[in-house]
Design a binder for this molecule. Structure first.
Ligand code: SF4
Ligand code: SF4
Length: 350
């Protein structure tokens, strides 16, 4: 129905993209952070990509400044990618240098294309999500600072995607990144009888995937500590079931995820480090673990091998050995239905 929903695509895409819609034949990366797409007609479209602040979160003032740069160099055409990068689309070749200078002046580094670290994705985490076990955006900032030198160059074996999710709901998509940092709770939902009695009891009980929630007469619930897997499913159903503890919450590190079709196709990451503590503001343990994984991959991978392709070649045992991480039963993964599960997700390319 006209007037309902998002604006029609043809009204929002840049003219050069509209002219060549469906007619692109190849693209290349002439320099770090710059993409050149070539159409059948021979027309070339240059795109300048920059890293955005953590969680793609900007002030109104910065948003206006970004729009001004887009007006100046790309006829107002910008987009935010699914990895929370900023792209100016259709920058004239002669103005690329000036556009980069202006983006850098706003504090936005240009890079993150092809064989390098792509912009680190993060969900909102502690900023304003009641499920969060960690500060996803803050970890993204700490890691981005630590890996800044990699982001600016194009000298990794293949693409490197790092993503941070504040909890196992995985809005940050840590499970489909080469390296995922995922917040985990280790405490139980704290049942507040007064608040729970105002919630829909049947819903709270039925939403628990492990059957850990039982009725507690006269009108409340109790959580079985031996069954609860800290999944936060009940937390969103009733404000009387909050979860989270600053001392016991932390993050797990997942490795080997991939959401694209290229090469060996999409893959869910596997748990590699079950727990690291929350240590804001710089999360040194998490930062060190991520850097060690990257360094081991860079040292051992062939050209064009994403982390999972490298691990598949050398074997997971060797990977754990190289990283000096003890393998325990916690790393065993028996979820054989993941391809079926991932095909049902709208964000997974298959
Ligand atoms: S992954 Fe968890 S913490 Fe992050 S936005 Fe989603 S529900 Fe909230
Ligand atoms: S956190 Fe998950 S497993 Fe634990 S009680 Fe709530 S729904 Fe059940």
């Amino acid at each position: 129905m006209p007037g309902i929903g998002i604006p029609p695509l043809e009204k929002t895409i840049p003219p050069i993209v509209k002219r060549n819609y469906g007619k692109w034949i190849y693209h290349e990366v002439p320099r770090p952070g710059v993409l050149k797409h070539v159409a059948e007609s021979g027309e070339e479209c240059y795109t300048v990509r920059a890293g955005m602040p953590a969680n793609g979160r900007v002030s109104t003032a910065l948003a206006r400044s970004i729009c001004a740069v887009a007006d100046k160099y790309a006829e107002g055409h910008l987009r935010i990618t699914r990895r929370q990068s900023l792209e100016l689309v259709g920058v004239p070749e002669a103005q690329i240098d000036a556009a980069i200078v202006d983006l850098n002046a706003l504090g936005l580094p240009v890079g993150g294309v092809d064989h390098t670290l792509h912009n680190i994705v993060a969900c909102t985490g502690w900023i304003h999500c009641q499920f969060a076990a960690t500060g996803a955006a803050a970890i993204s900032k700490a890691l981005s600072d630590d890996l800044y030198d990699i982001f600016l160059k194009e000298d990794l074996p293949a693409k490197l995607k790092v993503a941070i999710s504040g909890c196992v709901n995985n809005c940050g998509e840590g499970i489909t990144a080469d390296i995922g940092v995922i917040g985990i709770h280790r405490d139980l939902p704290r049942v507040d009888d007064e608040k729970v009695k105002k919630c829909e009891m049947a819903l709270i009980i039925s939403v628990c995937p492990t059957g850990a929630i039982r009725p507690k007469p006269p009108k409340s619930v109790q959580v079985d500590p031996n069954r609860c897997m800290h999944c936060v499913a009940c937390v969103g159903q009733c404000e009387g079931m909050p979860i989270g503890d600053p001392v016991t919450d932390g993050v797990a590190i997942y490795v080997g995820g991939k959401s694209g079709n290229a090469g060996s196709g999409p893959n869910f990451a596997k748990l590699v480090i079950p727990y690291l503590p929350n240590t804001p503001p710089r999360w040194p343990e998490t930062s060190a673990a991520v850097r060690e994984i990257i360094e081991a991959w860079v040292a051992g991978a062939h050209k064009h091998e994403r982390i999972i392709d490298w691990i598949n070649r050398i074997g997971w045992e060797k990977f754990f050995e190289k990283l000096n991480i003890p393998m325990t039963y916690k790393q065993l993964d028996g979820y054989v239905l993941w391809p079926m599960s991932s095909r049902t997700g709208v964000r997974f390319h298959w």
